[in-house]
Design a protein around this ligand. Structure first.
Ligand code: ADP
Ligand code: MG
Length: 660
């Protein structure tokens, strides 16, 4: 299955066509209504799995109450196309009656309204209603992370069926809605024939598959995956994390709402227990089984589990019972395996976690090793296009606004009782390179975190190009032109080099969900250009990264990961680039190579703020050095002066060294 993902596109297309042809003729193979019905249910669950895959698989938001949105879509149609509600007729209903959305029952004063909203209208409308609930529920809760979010969604998933059970006037309570109308086409009702439902289900899955496939390798899909991989780094790359999480939640809910309408139209009844917790868990197991984040995996997982439940377990039960009758074992003859399906799901989940965490179709590709030819691929260093683009970007920004100068004044940061920074002031002039040095724990990274909005200082001010940065969200700060790398490298580990650097361009791309799904020309052109820019940027590091462009970053060497992180920061087209110990973990030759490249960034018009331990690198690069010790500024000046400063030597090496 891992191989399947790596097949050439042509082969994939042929396989897909063969599969589609089979699915189209399936009802004519005369396997019986029951099998067609099972296939239609497989489609419904595949659609649900595709929706949950956006929430959990792409974006990493553990949602344990997904079936709630399924219920909302189901009841939206169920209530609006059944006899459940029958308000008294008044002429206000006449316009709806004219377009066939309601009908008048009876005559005179006793006349009532019969809701007959067409199925085809309710499919998209239910999706929108469920998405609306997704937004309403997500807006206050998506700030929560991990376990907390799981608990809140679990609660939501419990509440919706409870409301449905108790709001009898609207839902007919536990007895369920009855007489939900089946869809019809040109006046022909689908009735209880499984075949038309099968085709509608197939159509829905194809549509949702298409949407998922388009979104995944887009600006939005990458932003979702960035949030899943490292939410802090995603914010630092300019992604408005709350908004994108909400979009994922709404979209997943929309898929579920649409599927709910389909499912209920097929059954022509709806009861609250069709949407209880086990359904949410089952859909979750489907996508874990298929491979979290894998679009085809979601479909395969859903089909497999649905077949297991609807076909394999009953068959197996019948066989076991027959065996029980033959050997006169009452235990075996009464064994009902279908009622143990939740236990079986649990076993599947545990087994997958133990032996194949990536699922049947793993979402992240693990590229094979490089050939010698690839490793030797010579690329000229300092590729001109990237240099040009970056310097053009900074020239434009400089012309448009205040100079890219950073001014930190009296910055104080407290962590409980610990004061990590005490009234620190420093300046980074536009176009300058300033280095911050100091022993471990002296507050260097805290300074970086304060500037980029990850830590809220308790006092002081940080001005960048006329913007006060304190109190701003990280993605907003990035939009002002401040990009950074992290001391402990925060790449998106399961994404490729290309994807990581593309995410750096998030704020410069404009594609929205509709443009992406429709594949508009502008979106495609923008994407092509973004990829070209990545290649140009990576060429700045010679052939170190270019041959590894499709490798997962987790497979790269430490030094290469640092380079990718710098390329990702450059891709944001920053005005101020902040590097936290960029040469840590590099050997002396690599450190000097990088120092040379950083010196080149100045020629691009960038301002650089750098935390660095290696004094030769600092001496080579920095116009000005700021020494921190215990959160206080100990010294400041040109590198060779600071280097001889007694207080600095003492802070670095200890008191004895000064006298020696
Ligand atoms: P440096 O980068 O100079 O090595 P840091 O800025 O990482 O130092 O840390 C400065 C001090 O602040 C250290 O004592 C560290 O333990 C503390 N510190 C940093 N971040 C946090 C945090 N999020 N919570 C509590 N203490 C922190
Ligand atoms: Mg640090």
């Amino acid at each position: 299955m891992k191989r399947l993902a790596n097949l050439p596109p042509r082969t994939k297309r042929i396989l897909f066509s063969v599969l589609l042809a089979f699915l189209l003729v399936f009802p004519f193979l005369d396997t019986g209504q029951a099998n067609i019905d099972i296939a239609a249910n497989c489609a419904a669950y595949a659609a649900l799995a595709l929706g949950l895959n956006i929430v959990v698989g792409f974006t990493g938001l553990l949602d344990l109450g997904y079936a709630a949105f399924f219920a909302i879509g189901a009841y939206a149609y169920g209530i609006l196309n059944s006899y459940q509600l029958h308000p008294a007729w008044s002429n206000g209903w006449a316009p709806l009656a004219a377009i066939g959305f309601v009908a008048k029952l009876g005559a005179g004063a006793a006349a009532t309204v019969h809701f007959t909203f067409p199925f085809w209208v309710m499919l998209p409308v239910s999706a929108v209603i469920a998405a609306g609930f997704g937004v309403a529920f997500g807006a206050p809760t998506l700030r929560l992370k991990g376990d907390y979010l799981a608990i809140v969604t679990l609660g939501f998933g419990e509440i919706v069926p409870i409301v449905v059970r108790n709001w009898s006037s609207l839902t007919n309570g536990a007895e369920g809605l009855n007489g939900v109308a089946p869809p019809s086409v040109f006046g022909h009702s689908f009735g209880i024939d499984s075949t038309p439902y099968y085709y509608v289900g197939l159509g829905i899955v194809l549509l949702l598959l298409f949407i998922s496939q388009r979104l995944k390798p887009s600006r939005i899909g990458r932003a979702w995956m960035a949030i899943r991989e490292d939410e802090i780094a995603a914010g630092a790359m300019g992604i408005h994390t709350t908004r994108l999480k909400l979009l994922a939640f709404a979209m997943g809910a929309g898929f579920a709402g649409l599927t709910g309408t389909f499912y209920i139209a097929k059954l022509q009844t709806a009861t609250p227990d069709m949407f209880d917790l086990p359904v949410s868990i089952m859909v979750l197991v489907m996508i874990v089984l298929g491979g979290l984040g894998s679009v085809w995996g979601a479909i395969i997982g859903a089909v497999l589990l649905q077949l297991l439940q609807a076909w394999f377990l009953p068959e197996l039960s019948a066989m076991v019972q027959a065996l029980g009758n033959a050997v006169h074992s009452p235990f075996l003859s009464n064994l009902e395996l279908t009622s143990a399906s939740e236990l079986i799901f649990g076993i599947i989940l545990v087994t997958m976690m133990l032996y194949r965490r990536d699922g049947i179709v793993p979402a992240s590709r693990n590229e094979v090793r490089l050939s010698f030819a690839q490793q030797d691929a010579a690329v000229s260093r300092g590729s001109l296009p990237a240099v040009e683009r970056l310097s053009r970007a900074s020239a434009q920004a400089a012309a448009a606004g205040a100079p890219a100068a950073l001014a930190v004044r009296d910055l104080t940061v407290k962590f409980g009782g610990l004061t990590a920074l005490k009234s620190v002031s420093l300046d980074v002039p536009a176009g300058g390179i300033v280095a911050v040095i100091g022993p471990n724990g002296s507050g260097k990274s805290t300074l970086f975190n304060s500037i980029t909005g990850l830590v809220t200082p308790s006092g002081g001010s940080i001005d960048f190009a006329g913007h006060e940065l304190i109190g701003q969200r990280p993605d907003q700060i990035l939009r002002y032109g401040v990009a950074r790398t992290f001391q402990n490298i925060r790449l998106f580990p399961n994404l490729t080099v290309m994807e990581n650097v593309l995410i750096g361009q998030h704020t410069h791309l404009k594609a929205g969900p509709a443009g992406i799904v429709l594949g508009l020309g502008g979106v495609r052109a923008e994407e092509r250009e973004a990829r070209e820019f990545v290649l140009e940027l990576l060429a700045m590091f010679g052939n170190r990264l270019i041959p590894r462009i499709d490798q997962g970053v987790a497979q790269l060497s430490y030094a290469n990961r640092r380079r990718v992180e710098i390329a990702r920061a450059l891709a944001t087209r920053p005005r101020l680039l902040m590097l936290d110990e960029p040469t840590a973990g590099m050997n002396p030759a690599e450190s000097l190579e990088l120092a040379e490249q950083i010196a080149g960034f100045r020629d691009l018009g960038l301002t650089v703020l750098l935390v660095e331990h290696k004094l030769d690198v600092v001496t080579r690069l920095a116009d000005n050095v700021i020494v921190l010790d215990y959160g206080e500024k100990l010294a400041e000046g040109p590198a060779d002066v600071v280097r001889r400063d007694e207080a600095v030597i003492e802070a670095y090496i200890g008191r004895g060294a000064v006298n020696a």
